[in-house]
Design a binder for this molecule. Structure first.
Ligand code: NAD
Length: 330
């Protein structure tokens, strides 16, 4: 028989994205919707930073076909059970109390949201037989391990904040669930993510905002701390690739840029992009802040085809453009 065989349309996949109104979550939802996924976003608009910012993150998503938003606390398993029906192909669990300093101020809130919340979403995954779970972990789990760049195979985790410990717990809970119940669990350790919609408590956003107002920026320590800054679009590409990952039942991968930039160099790059000088005030080191973060990204490269493509200056320029338009009234 001759003739053209029409390719079958790929079946529509459904993802539950917790923390879907947040910085990284809302970008991921944009990507999934643009690829034709159905998305169930769960977010309780936690007041850690202004709700209004999160409402804006989802403003172009609400009403789009295939998108639904559930305003539920991830710790409330009965509410999740009741609200979420139908088949889920994957869960991306990003809901959390982020931030090292917040975890020092209220360690029990961090523990509740990040550990109990993760346990609750894993339980939902088990009950619904969701085969694939992607967990938003953090570079902070490596803590003060001096052997940089950090590799996932390093078994030396030296967390120094309740936040970091909560992310270690999340990874461990994932190991338990993947072992007992056979779901695939991919923990992605994100390294300092920045870009449009960045959380207002993070340095680039905080500094840029102050520079625009002519206010001094506060630098903790002597400016020698180093961070591996990663553009949000690159992170989202890594998360997206992790949704297709089908090798190990349980795995951990670094998603970073693969280079460490000093705080002083970051401020200089930001000054260039913003076109103005920062007035700098110095203060002592922050407890819980690690001296450096630096990802070895060879595993994510090999296993996910992950490749960070955005330079710091390009990414900061995208952030600046957003800040001067949509982010301006925040
Ligand atoms: P974010 O605060 O912008 O997003 C988290 C979202 O989770 C928020 O919208 C918040 O309202 C929601 N949330 C909080 N508690 C909740 C609860 N109990 N129930 C339901 N929703 C809840 O933060 P982000 O920067 O987008 O971070 C996303 C994830 O990535 C977090 O797990 C964070 O720990 C992790 N992470 C982020 C970075 C970074 O640099 N941004 C680095 C490492 C890891």
């Amino acid at each position: 028989m001759t003739g053209v065989v029409e390719p079958k349309p790929p079946s529509v996949r459904t993802a539950l994205v917790t923390g879907g109104a947040g910085f990284i979550g809302s970008h991921l939802v944009d990507r999934l919707l643009s690829e034709g996924w159905r998305v169930v976003a769960v977010d309780n608009f936690d007041p850690y930073y202004p709700e209004d910012a999160k409402r804006r993150n989802v403003s172009r998503q609400v009403g789009r076909p295939g998108y639904s938003l559930l305003e539920i606390d991830v710790c409330d398993l009965p509410a999740l059970r009741e609200a979420i029906g139908g088949r889920l192909d994957a869960i991306v669990h990003l809901a959390a109390r982020p931030g090292v300093r917040a975890s020092l101020e209220d360690p029990l809130a961090t523990e509740r949201i990040n550990v109990r919340g993760t346990a609750s979403v894993l339980e939902l995954a088990r009950e619904r037989e969701v085969p694939h779970f992607v967990f938003g972990s953090s570079s902070s789990v490596y803590g003060v391990n001096p052997a940089v760049p950090w590799r996932e195979a390093d078994d030396v985790l030296m967390p120094i904040s309740p936040y970091a410990a909560s992310k270690v717990s999340g990874e461990m809970l994932g190991h338990v669930y993947s072992h007992l119940f056979g779901m695939r669990f991919v923990a992605l350790r994100f390294f300092t993510v920045y870009g449009p919609r960045q959380r207002p408590d993070l340095a680039i956003h905080k500094f840029a905002h102050k520079m625009l107002r002519g206010e001094p920026i506060t630098i903790f320590g002597d400016g020698h701390t180093r961070r591996d800054y990663t553009y949000v679009g690159d992170i989202v590409s890594g998360v997206r690739a992790a949704l297709d990952y089908d090798r190990e039942r349980y795995t951990i991968m670094n998603l970073g840029c693969g280079r460490a930039i000093s705080l002083a160099d970051m401020v200089e790059a930001l000054e260039t992009v913003m076109g103005r000088q920062a007035a700098v005030e110095r203060t002592g080191e922050q407890p819980g802040d690690v001296p450096q973060t630096w990802a070895d990204i060879s595993r994510a490269r090999a296993e996910l085809g992950y490749e960070p493509r955005t330079s710091l200056v390009e990414g900061m320029a995208a952030f600046r453009d957003w800040l001067l338009t949509e982010g301006a009234s925040r």
